[in-house]
Design a protein around this ligand. Structure first.
Ligand code: G3H
Length: 491
């Protein structure tokens, strides 16, 4: 349990005596009132003034590019980040446990999230060394010699998601930091406490004001930060609605760079020529790992009508094999959901689909207990239903029958999302017929495999409302910097 009363601002741990937000775990305990979420800690609810003071600290540390951090050589900055990573590794046990308790992710996956983050940091450093070699030195063109540099952009407001509260946050924060920007970091609404053990490491490893951590209600403090016009980069992994609202607050939006990972409605296309067991295996993990709470999850399955019954039969059997349980149990795949209103929303989606003629196809599908929700396979889904359009971000698998492959392309054309698609087919001709149009509608086409972000060396982005800018290694380094020149004329 962590009852936190300090936040990092301008190189100091500020004591907080005001209002706090109590954090309840999705892991429930038995009380006299029945099953209830367990209280596991609290964090300060910073006021707007405190958030603005932390922003000012980041602005001062950047000092229009003259601050100690943006001026420092890349090699020295790397040294600071390595020192920070060492301290983070010392805190592994507590951070992993907090991920598990705060968001209900299994212990195995929470450990993977931590390890992947450490690997990501070292790979970013490694990649930066290579990139830096590519872009340093002189180029001479038409009698002009130029030294090409990679320069920082300014103050970065960094906000991560609840589903990867450490890993995805750090896929933006670390590249932004290492490139010489200064940071105002607001941890996600769920997955907040785990950042507490890192505050002192930030304080001890970076110059004053380079990393500032604020806590509290995003809708109360973040609009004011944007309205100040002092944020140079907004980076958010979250919803497109929030991102659009925040961008609009900035007085000079053309001076704002946005690096955003947003909503997605990734489709699996299972054609008449699919290897059904393979398609089932991949769509099960693709749609249900971490209870479907991944932006990269498969969130709708378009299946050829001729094989729909067989696909659903095998899919239901595979759902029945998944293990429900507490996050610390071995081999568990389905765990409690952290968002308190999520189950109401999932039930609303199912009721809406039923109103338009769909049914739950699997035994126990859609039943819930405390913060657990048993996956619901819903069929036949059509375009009148919420489940056809909205990103459910949870354990419901909407299945849409199709007759003609053209319909799958139409689905993606009409979608407001454009992150990924997975094609399941053993017919090379139809796969190649689909690839070209699809790759122009989404940013990643997977063949006979589920959608996902990794490997982290691959670019991670999306079209339409799904993203802005590109993450991963080395793309994130580019996203948080600008190539600038020192040019002179050769005589
Ligand atoms: O929630 C969105 C994440 O980018 C998912 O990442 O595909 O590695 O689970 P993942």
């Amino acid at each position: 349990e962590i009852y936190q009363r300090e936040y990092l601002s301008n190189g100091e741990m500020k004591q907080w005596n005001g209002q706090v937000h109590e954090v309840y775990s999705p892991i429930c305990i038995k009380t006299e009132n029945g099953l209830e979420r367990k209280l596991i800690g609290s964090y300060p609810v910073c006021t707007e003034d405190e958030a603005q003071a932390s922003l000012e600290a980041a602005v001062q540390a950047y000092d229009n590019g003259r601050g100690e951090w943006p001026i420092m050589s890349v090699e020295e900055r790397i040294h600071h980040v390595e020192k920070f990573t060492g301290k983070m590794i010392e805190q592994k046990d507590i951070i992993v446990k907090l991920i598990m308790w705060e968001i209900g992710k299994s212990f195995a996956d929470s450990t993977k999230e931590f390890d992947r983050t450490v690997e990501y940091i070292y790979a970013t450093i490694d990649s930066l060394k290579h990139l830096d070699r590519d872009s340093s030195g002189f180029e001479i063109v038409d009698g002009i010699a130029a030294q090409i540099r990679r320069s920082p952009l300014g103050v970065v407001l960094c906000m991560g998601p609840f589903n990867y509260p450490l890993n995805e946050t750090f896929t933006t924060l670390i590249p932004a930091l290492i490139m010489g920007n200064t940071i105002l970091f607001k941890p996600p609404k769920f997955g907040t406490l785990l950042h507490y053990p890192l505050q002192e490491a930030f304080r001890d490893c970076f110059p004053k004001g380079v990393v500032n951590v604020i806590y509290g209600r995003g809708n109360a403090i973040v609009p004011g930060l944007m309205q100040s016009g002092k944020i140079n980069v907004l980076t958010l992994i979250g919803s497109s609605k929030v991102a659009n609202e925040l961008k609009k607050q900035h007085p000079k939006v053309n001076r704002l760079r946005a690096v955003l990972g947003l909503d997605a409605k990734n489709a699996a296309i299972v054609t008449a020529h699919a290897d059904i067991p393979l398609a089932v295996k991949e769509t099960i993990t693709g749609s249900l790992s971490f209870n479907g709470q991944r932006c990269t999850a498969l969130k709708i399955v378009l299946v050829h009508r001729s094989i729909a019954d067989e696909f659903i039969k095998q899919f239901n059997a595979a759902v029945g094999q998944l293990k429900f349980g507490m996050p610390w149990e071995k081999g568990v795949s389905l765990t409690p959901l952290p968002e308190p209103n999520k189950i109401d929303y999932l039930n609303e989606c199912i009721a809406d689909a039923e109103k338009f003629g769909a049914k739950i196809m699997n035994e126990n599908g859609g039943t819930s207990l405390a913060s657990f929700f048993y996956p619901a396979v819903v069929y036949p889904v059509n375009d009148q239903m919420k489940l056809y359009h909205e990103e459910q971000f949870g354990p419901i698998i909407p299945i849409v029958p199709f007759d003609d492959l053209e319909e799958t392309i139409d689905f993606l054309i009409a979608s407001t999302h454009g992150q990924q698609v997975s094609i399941f087919s053993n017919n090379a001709q139809e796969v190649s017929w689909l690839i070209d149009p699809l790759v122009n509608l989404v940013s990643r086409v997977n063949i006979n495999t589920q959608s996902q972000r990794g490997p982290d060396a691959f670019p991670f982005t999306g079209r339409k409302d799904s993203a802005e800018g590109t993450l991963s290694i080395p793309d994130a380094i580019r996203s948080f910097s600008i190539r600038s020149l020192v040019a002179f004329k050769m005589n």
